[in-house]
Design a protein around this ligand. Structure first.
Ligand SMILES: [Cu+2]
Length: 69
């Protein structure tokens, strides 16, 4: 199991939280997702043997959010 915290500056409301949590929740290998609106961050627990961090990042980008380099 791995854990990552990603900064997603575009998170600003409950809709952002729901769309990111929903999309990541459907990814195989993702065990849990916590989006913090005030911190504009995404904490994700995942199985790195099943899903790569890049796939997690791509999923957030697909939801319309930019990730800082
Ligand atoms: Cu929003």
């Amino acid at each position: 199991m791995s854990e990552a915290t990603l900064n997603v500056p575009g998170i600003h409301c409950g809709h952002c939280q729901a769309s990111i949590e929903g999309a990541l929740g459907e990814l195989e290998g993702v065990r849990s997702v916590r989006v913090s609106v005030p911190e504009r961050s995404v904490d994700v627990d995942y199985d790195e043997a099943v899903v790569a961090i890049d796939a997690i990042k791509d999923t957030i980008v697909e939801q319309g959010y930019d990730l800082p380099a």
